[in-house]
Design a protein around this ligand. Structure first.
Ligand SMILES: [Fe+2]
Ligand SMILES: [Fe+2]
Length: 258
């Protein structure tokens, strides 16, 4: 099972980078499953129906979310009918949308789960460990993939050690800065944070001048999303269908010319 995971798509620039580079990535990695995190895809916060439809049109199999999942009211009009869209299991409000998706590929059931960190994160409703334990108990899958949306590197590493025998791939999202610790632990592919697909010359996707006005001068600014060309950050992992273990993992970064 070849899995391509693309990190947090930020705004128009991030969407353009996905559209531009996905054909090349498909050609290179021949993925069976493509997952993108879309929590920042609508002008930096949330997702709209139109953008979800764009991801589907691009052939994305699963769209994951995070703390900005419900930033656009528009999501309430389509989240229940968007069959490829999942939201963090243990995040308020827990009653809207679904926290996992099961896809059948290569005669295997692949479960994709969205989990939320409890450290330095607002609106966490339950420990990510107990939330994932319950999801595993309640879903019958051959291969499991987790988007762990969290701030603390420690919590993501601990999560990997706890679940590495039951999950084949754990990809961290949320910090927008890619870490360089990709590896395979007892058959579980892991990366603490996959990084963003968003404006490269920016502060986590936001306009540099506005962030500096706030951080240096204490001015109130709107944290507008930068319009600069995007870096694409992602991860490729190949999981053996017969052994149900990750065999190969590779980080992806495509920087814009600037
Ligand atoms: Fe994000
Ligand atoms: Fe986030």
């Amino acid at each position: 099972m070849k899995v391509l995971f693309i990190g947090d798509i930020v705004g128009k620039s991030g969407r353009n980078a996905l559209r531009e580079h996905l054909p090349f990535l498909r050609e290179k990695y021949q993925p069976d499953i493509v997952i993108v995190n879309g929590e920042n895809s609508a002008h930096g916060k949330g997702i709209t129906r139109k953008i979800y439809d764009l991801f589907v049109e691009l052939g994305v199999d699963c769209v994951t979310l995070g703390n900005h999942a419900f930033s656009k009211d528009n999501i309430l009009t389509f989240i229940n009918s968007a069959d490829r869209l999942i939201r963090p299991a243990n995040m308020f409000p827990a009653s809207i949308g679904k926290p996992y998706l099961i896809i059948e590929k290569n005669d295997l059931k692949v479960g994709i789960y969205n989990i939320y960190g409890s450290i330095f994160m607002d609106n966490c409703t339950e420990s990510p460990f107990s939330a994932m334990d319950k999801l595993i108990d309640n879903t019958d899958c051959d291969i499991r993939i987790v988007d762990f949306h969290g701030e603390a590197t420690s919590e993501k590493q601990a999560f990997m050690h706890y679940f590495k025998d039951r999950v084949q791939l754990i990809v961290g999202t949320h910090t927008h800065v890619q870490t360089a610790d990709e590896d395979i632990f007892d058959g579980c592919g892991y990366l603490t944070d996959v990084g963003m697909t968003g404006p490269y010359l920016s502060v986590l996707g936001r306009d540099v001048d506005e962030v500096l006005d706030m951080m240096v001068s204490g001015e109130k600014t709107r944290y507008t999303v930068s319009e600069n060309p995007a870096i694409l950050c992602g991860l490729f992992c190949e999981i053996s269908d017969s052994e149900k273990k990750a065999k190969f993992i590779e980080r992806i970064q495509i920087k814009p010319e600037c």
